[in-house]
Write a protein that binds this ligand. Structure first.
Ligand code: GDP
Length: 639
């Protein structure tokens, strides 16, 4: 499940569009739940044309609600940028775009709303061009731009399709087994008690689980979980989630706290980070400036130590230490935004590299080098990333990780042992540089999909022995080598069987209907009555698919479309022809015909088959025993 976040200038029609798409008014939803008027994150959900269900976080556009937007976008997979056709790009459109960029929201769709208000098609073109231009060089460059009207519903279907297409490229949120829920709302529901909401990251939550609220250090237990108003027992990463927590009062919590499992996340007041100042920031950032930090759903007053200079210029990036007045529960890799407190304006953002740095000296090359090494990532994470999106060879993964080989190999070994990475190998064998690797999630996904395709194939073709590999290959869009390795790996797990060029589900057996079985019985009788000269094809009385199945199973030998024998007959004929050659020398078609009192058609088919199998060789009108390939040294060729 993916989360889409809206962005755009106030009054450009975000909420109205979300309601038109989903039938849910996010503002009303919150009012109902909290029974009070708050302007805060709203969320709604919808099913896209592909059947994929997505959450939409609708963040209000007014400048003073920027912090709400931050709380919402931290966990989004795609942006829905809204620009009103009658106004075009406005100041908050720009600020939201900056924030999307700083948070590296990787994809999105632009909706040009209120097109019913614009009569002039040229004006609409102009607005679309302006948007296209503004997106140049941002992660949304080239994003689909769809004109819509919530009022007339024009373009809404196209918009839903565009969202679907964009999400095709999104990756499911990884499950690192460390669930974190940055809390964006806290409220009570009569009869249930405390409820918190947020977008779940890095792991899943279960009912009954013990949880910790940070930075407060409170402990509680999950009494209930909901996503999209449905009660569930467990929630995977990436979902909008409401958690009903027992043991913690609503007034003990606030937005910005993080719900997680106890024992691993340590709140901090010092964060080492890479900070980028927006090119449009009004002045350079000076050493020890006071800023507002927005991270997850939290907001903190901070001071910034510039580690590399006395100033950071607009558009520049540098290493910094963020010193917080109050602790926050953040993790490595989290993105953040900084704003000037007054007048409130977004000036930059970056990524957390160390939440508990040791002493950081300013103007000190070794300090910077250590931070840079840390920024490149832990070997595990780098390799995991390198393997995402499909099978990679060991050597390609190591190269993409940028790690020294020895370190990479050690990490690969331990990740394979933990099961985070899957090497496509028969069990017990060690990998080589060309062995293919998959993330565990991807391996499981492909495995499930293969089994599903096979089951579907067996249902459609119950008489065929299996699905051709070629067909699997094109369905899965895998290279032949990757497919073969994947199949061998799955075969070793006992879920399927590879049989030459076809693959079947383990335990699959062809089943004939009673009618087909009767055909088979009659046909076999027919062959037994005239083993050397069965009647011609029109008299066989068997469905071609049933006959194919018999041939595949080896119950009938088919020499050509017109000539079939029982296997025992065929073997006997081959044996007797060879004996006859040994006894009396080269043999003709006519002699074979007489030997079995059959017709020329069958005798010829048999001999041609024996030639193909290199049991005999044709010399003029006769066959002799095959004696191996003639070589260059053969005296007949040298004359
Ligand atoms: P938000 O602040 O971006 O969420 O904007 P709203 O959804 O609250 O919409 C602002 C105003 O624009 C409201 O008065 C809406 O009725 C109006 N509006 C929204 N969408 C459309 C549309 O497609 N056509 C027209 N004519 N008006 C719209």
């Amino acid at each position: 499940m993916f989360v889409i976040g809206t962005a755009g200038h106030v009054d450009h029609g975000k909420s109205t569009l979300v309601e038109a798409l989903t039938g849910i008014n996010p503002d009303r939803l919150i009012e109902e739940q909290e029974r009070e008027m708050t302007i805060d994150l709203g969320f709604a959900w919808l099913t896209l044309p592909s059947g994929r269900e997505v959450s939409i976080v609708d963040v209000p556009g007014h400048e003073r609600f920027i912090k709400n937007m931050l709380a919402g976008v931290g966990g989004i997979d795609a942006a829905l940028l809204v620009v009103a056709a009658d106004e075009g790009i406005m100041p908050q459109t720009r600020e939201h775009l900056d924030i999307l960029e700083l948070l590296e929201i990787p994809r999105g769709v632009v909706a040009i709303t209120k097109v019913d208000l614009v009569n002039d098609p040229e004006w609409l073109e102009l607005v679309m061009d302006e948007v296209r231009e503004r997106l140049q060089g941002t992660p949304l460059q080239g994003a689909p731009i769809v004109p819509v009207s919530a009022r007339t519903r024009q373009g809404l279907d196209t918009l839903a399709e565009a969202l679907d297409r964009v999400l095709d490229q999104a990756r499911l949120r990884p499950d690192h087994g460390r669930p974190r829920l940055p809390i964006d709302r806290v409220f009570t529901i009569a009869g249930f008690g405390t409820v918190v909401t947020g977008t779940l990251q890095d792991g899943s939550l279960q009912v009954g689980q013990e949880v910790e609220i940070l930075p407060r250090g409170l402990r509680g237990r999950i009494r209930g979980l909901q996503t999209h108003k449905r009660k569930v027992d467990t929630v995977p990463p990436g979902r909008r989630t409401a958690v009903n927590v027992a043991g913690i009062g609503v007034d003990e919590l606030e937005r910005g706290d993080v719900l997680t499992v106890p024992g691993w996340l340590q709140p901090t007041v010092r964060i080492a980070a890479r900070l980028r100042l927006l090119p449009g920031a009004p002045y350079p950032l000076r050493q020890d400036s006071a800023l507002d930090l927005f991270i997850g759903s939290a907001e903190r007053r901070i001071r910034v130590t510039l580690l590399e200079g006395e100033e950071l210029a607009p558009g520049a990036t540098g290493w910094v230490l963020l010193r917080l007045q109050k602790p926050v529960a953040a993790a490595r890799g989290d993105r953040f935004i900084v704003r000037w407190p007054s007048p409130g304006v977004t000036v930059g953002g970056g990524v957390v590299v160390d939440t508990h740095p040791g002493r950081l000296r300013r103007f000190h090359p070794a300090t910077i080098a250590a931070l840079e090494a840390l920024a490149r990532g832990r070997p595990d994470d780098l390799l995991y990333q390198a393997c995402q999106g499909g099978p990679r060879t060991v050597s390609a993964a190591i190269e993409a990780s940028g790690l020294p080989e020895a370190e990479a190999l050690a990490a690969l070994n331990s990740m394979q042992e933990q099961g985070r990475l899957v090497a496509l190998l028969p069990p017990g064998e060690g990998w080589t540089p060309s062995t293919l690797l998959l993330t565990q999630e991807e391996a499981e996904r492909l495995h499930r999909r293969i089994l599903h395709l096979l089951e579907d194939y067996h249902r459609r073709y119950p008489l065929r022995g299996g699905m051709p590999k070629e067909e699997l290959k094109s369905q899965l869009r895998l290279e032949a080598r990757a497919l073969n390795d994947l199949l061998s790996w799955a075969e070793a797990q006992g879920t399927l069987a590879v049989d030459g060029a076809v693959v079947r589900r383990a335990g699959f057996r062809r089943t004939f209907t009673p009618e087909q079985q009767a055909q088979v019985d009659r046909f076999e009788q027919l062959l037994r009555r005239n083993p050397y000269a069965p009647p011609p094809r029109p008299e066989w009385g068997i469905d071609p698919a049933v006959l194919d199945a018999l041939v595949e199973e080896g119950k009938v030998v088919r020499l050509n479309p017109e000539v079939v024998f029982l296997p025992e007959t065929y073997q006997e004929m081959v044996r007797r022809v060879l004996e006859e050659i040994d006894r009396t020398g080269p043999i003709t078609v006519a002699r074979v015909r007489d030997l079995f009192q059959t017709s020329r058609k069958f005798a010829l088919a048999l001999l041609e088959d024996m030639d193909r199998r290199k049991l005999t060789r044709r010399l003029g009108d006769e066959r002799v025993r095959y004696q191996g390939d003639r070589t260059a040294g053969d005296p007949q060729d040298s004359g």
